[in-house]
Design a protein around this ligand. Structure first.
Ligand SMILES: C[S@@+](CC[C@H](N)C(=O)[O-])C[C@H]1O[C@@H](n2cnc3c(N)ncnc32)[C@H](O)[C@@H]1O
Length: 283
């Protein structure tokens, strides 16, 4: 299975919001064009802020809700504990269906095999594997979502086949010495951003049987160049004049950092070049 990681809408890190320009206006106008705009003029949509914040936090006394004791501050530092990011990933049909197709169309690979799901999240990949006849699936998840995965496994009648283990792959004791297959969705922006590849390789070196499978087994990194003067103005030059103040010291930092965003196809100015192909069995 070759996973060519391109434009993943999952947004596994906070999305950067791009200012919209109104094409109908003769002159492009950004939200911050008038530095002296008053707060009353600007803040027309945030008057329910206090109310919204209290709605974010569930009733901590409600023991029937998994995660009810969590506050929005907990999720700020551990976004994978909240269902929102998992909803985005699951609704990324290209991402999730690719895994489903590979597993369902190659069920002979999984039949009666012991599978390790590295970073199981909601347990979706484990469920796919269990459904096609895996002998046992160990689903390791370090975030609070592990509790939900446990519940999901039970709800779907797979408690005998899937064992959810809450903790870090690097710290967990697996009940078996070896597994036949390791499956994981570890890819981040520009393939490596998520920094999870090391975890998959750690699991492979520790538990994978000789000639076992790592899925995906290949990953390719592509590079192309874009040109977008408006975007540069919005993201970089913005710091030169913020409400009439000079914040250009941040500009220096902002130009050094990568931005994650979607671009219009017409902004692409070079051909697309494959930089690197990695084979996860031998990396
Ligand atoms: C990109 S998500 C994929 C979730 C799920 N497999 C899916 O496809 O929807 C990666 C998951 O790996 C978990 N994770 C990251 N590093 C981990 C580690 N070292 N040990 C255990 N889980 C980890 C994260 O908490 C997150 O839920």
């Amino acid at each position: 299975m070759e996973h060519e990681y391109q434009n993943n809408p999952s947004g596994k890190m906070p999305q950067k919001i791009r200012f919209e320009y109104d094409d109908d206006e003769g002159e492009e106008e950004s939200r911050f064009q008038d530095p002296d705009e008053t707060i009353e003029e600007a803040a027309t949509e945030s008057s329910n802020l206090e109310e919204d914040l209290t709605m974010c936090d569930p009733d901590p006394d409600d023991a029937s809700v998994i995660g009810a004791d969590k506050t929005s501050a907990d999720y700020y530092f551990d976004s994978y504990s909240h269902f929102g990011i998992h909803e985005e990933m699951l609704k990324d049909v290209v991402r999730t269906k690719t895994y489903q197709n590979v597993i369902y169309k190659n069920s002979f690979l999984f039949k009666d095999k012991v599978v390790l799901d590295v970073g199981a999240g909601t347990g979706i990949l484990s469920l796919f594997c269990a459904k096609v006849g895996a002998k046992h699936v160990y689903a390791i998840e370090c975030s609070g979502m592990a509790d939900m995965a446990q519940e999901i496994v039970k709800l779907n009648g797979y408690s005998e086949v899937i064992t959810v283990l809450k903790g870090k792959v690097e710290e967990i004791e697996l009940p078996v010495a070896q597994v036949d297959i390791i499956i994981s969705e570890w890819m981040g922006y520009f393939l490596l951003y998520e920094n999870m590849l090391d975890t998959v390789l750690y699991a492979r070196n520790k538990w994978l049987v000789k000639d076992g499978l790592v899925l995906p087994d290949k990953a390719s990194l592509y590079l192309t160049a874009i040109e977008d003067a408006d975007y540069k103005e919005d993201k970089i030059e913005f710091w030169n004049n913020v409400y009439g103040f000079n914040m250009s010291c941040i500009r220096k930092q902002s130009i050094m950092e990568p931005l994650v965003d979607t671009v219009d196809q017409k902004q692409i100015v070079t051909s697309c070049q494959r930089l690197k192909v990695g084979n996860l069995s031998v990396l």
